[in-house]
Design a protein around this ligand. Sequence first.
Ligand SMILES: *[C@@H]1O[C@H](CO)[C@@H](O)[C@H](O)[C@H]1NC(C)=O
Ligand SMILES: *[C@@H]1O[C@H](CO)[C@@H](O)[C@H](O)[C@H]1NC(C)=O
Ligand SMILES: *[C@@H]1O[C@H](CO)[C@@H](O)[C@H](O)[C@H]1NC(C)=O
Ligand SMILES: *[C@@H]1O[C@H](CO)[C@@H](O)[C@H](O)[C@H]1NC(C)=O
Ligand SMILES: *[C@@H]1O[C@H](CO)[C@@H](O)[C@H](O)[C@H]1NC(C)=O
Ligand SMILES: *[C@@H]1O[C@H](CO)[C@@H](O)[C@H](O)[C@H]1NC(C)=O
Ligand SMILES: *[C@@H]1O[C@H](CO)[C@@H](O)[C@H](O)[C@H]1NC(C)=O
Ligand SMILES: *[C@@H]1O[C@H](CO)[C@@H](O)[C@H](O)[C@H]1NC(C)=O
Length: 409
Amino acid sequence: MAPWSALGMSWAMAMALARLLLALWLALAAAGGLEVEMAGRRQTVSLNKNITIICKVPGAPNLDIRTMGIRWFWKNQTSDLEKVFEFIGDHQEAIRPGATVSLWRLKRGDASLQLPAIQLREAGEYRCVVVVTPQKAEGRVWLEVIASPDSKLFWEQPTVNNKEEKHAVCKSSGFYPPNISIRWKKWIQKSAQYQEISENIFTERPVKNEDGTFNITSYLKLKLPVEDTGATYQCVIWHKSWPTSQKLNLTLPRGASPDSKLFWEQPTVNNKEEKHAVCKSSGFYPPNISIRWKKWIQKSAQYQEISENIFTERPVKNEDGTFNITSYLKLKLPVEDTGATYQCVIWHKSWPTSQKLNLTLPRGESEKTPYLLYLWILSIPVVGLILLPLYFVWKGRYRDRWTSGNETY
Ligand SMILES: *[C@@H]1O[C@H](CO)[C@@H](O)[C@H](O)[C@H]1NC(C)=O
Ligand SMILES: *[C@@H]1O[C@H](CO)[C@@H](O)[C@H](O)[C@H]1NC(C)=O
Ligand SMILES: *[C@@H]1O[C@H](CO)[C@@H](O)[C@H](O)[C@H]1NC(C)=O
Ligand SMILES: *[C@@H]1O[C@H](CO)[C@@H](O)[C@H](O)[C@H]1NC(C)=O
Ligand SMILES: *[C@@H]1O[C@H](CO)[C@@H](O)[C@H](O)[C@H]1NC(C)=O
Ligand SMILES: *[C@@H]1O[C@H](CO)[C@@H](O)[C@H](O)[C@H]1NC(C)=O
Ligand SMILES: *[C@@H]1O[C@H](CO)[C@@H](O)[C@H](O)[C@H]1NC(C)=O
Ligand SMILES: *[C@@H]1O[C@H](CO)[C@@H](O)[C@H](O)[C@H]1NC(C)=O
């Protein structure tokens, strides 16, 4: 016979009373007789991860969880103590959404708290209060939430027309805490080692993102042409979320970035039915390049991709190892939309974004061109008619002189 039925209580009433006693015990009893183990004084976890804050009753083989109570609390330097999670006699409540304690593990004395998708603002002190009636224990740990930077290193042309400078850009984003170190090195062929660069470096202050993480950008400015064109530059990033520095490499091959131009070309002088827009990029390396064509659509006020009548040659190699490429856009004349703007969009890995060149078909040019051509073609017989008699006259005289000269022999 259960003890509570002897006292005339229902099972539910008994459970409620047991919970009340456990709650009182959790709140009021002095810790003692029981110990919990945490992950030392400080536990470091990564932002957005599902984490477990460790709290274990050592040497507890099999516990009756109905006689157990757990409370987890949180506070930081400035906030008050807040309850995060509670488990009392088979009843659990997650104040922090998603907070759980595995009941299966709890039977073995493991009261560790699981928190999905931990955020930076949740860093702070976590307190684990455990009652295994009639004993109580309390443990504390400082939870530190960190985020690793996501880094990339790329070339940037300060402006399209600036042919005298090139920037290596090292960009790290989404890290916390904001303390980070970015250094630059250069591979020295002679000594076969990386040497620290100390000049022409500009590192911005870290900027804060909405989620509390930071971004930082560092620039290494190079004067062009760089003497050592095959040089390798290295961006060395240190952040406490990593055991060692991260190293990113960037090589400057000779004439890495394409030099591009866009112009009109008449396929042949006599072809008055076609006109070609020519987009020519030269001196780039590696040979991977993308050239696309767009047309300005007045109606929708936007550029629209052109997919027809495009002919792009295969890249041709130059003596210095760089490549040239030419792409043609063939237009039938007369073009209906004579004020149209055509755009050649070039992407090469030496740039972070595409380069865009514009070319406008002058108004009325499509009508003018055939007339100019007719004029030119018509002029051939006219000029011929004038030149022919002159030629015969000249030939006659020359021949006379020649033959008379011959006669002297
Ligand atoms: C403590 O937490 C509160 C509430 O989340 C937050 O507003 C405050 O900035 C935190 N203080 C510190 C020092 O992290
Ligand atoms: C983290 O927890 C959430 C919800 O608790 C779950 O949907 C998700 O799959 C978990 N992610 C990992 C990596 O375990
Ligand atoms: C930080 O970097 C990320 C990734 O590059 C970007 O999406 C975000 O807009 C940047 N934040 C700020 C404040 O610049
Ligand atoms: C982080 O930076 C601050 C100020 O820049 C400095 O006082 C602090 O010691 C740094 N912490 C670490 C761990 O480097
Ligand atoms: C950069 O170069 C160094 C030395 O050549 C090498 O150890 C390192 O792995 C390289 N890093 C990357 C990301 O390729
Ligand atoms: C060129 O780019 C394509 C895809 O963008 C890739 O599959 C190919 O390996 C690249 N080739 C070289 C030589 O980089
Ligand atoms: C590549 O383009 C450059 C500049 O326009 C030119 O001088 C060179 O002759 C071209 N090379 C080849 C192989 O066509
Ligand atoms: C080409 O036109 C677009 C939009 O009209 C403009 O944003 C871009 O700067 C132009 N490019 C050049 C090289 O003028």
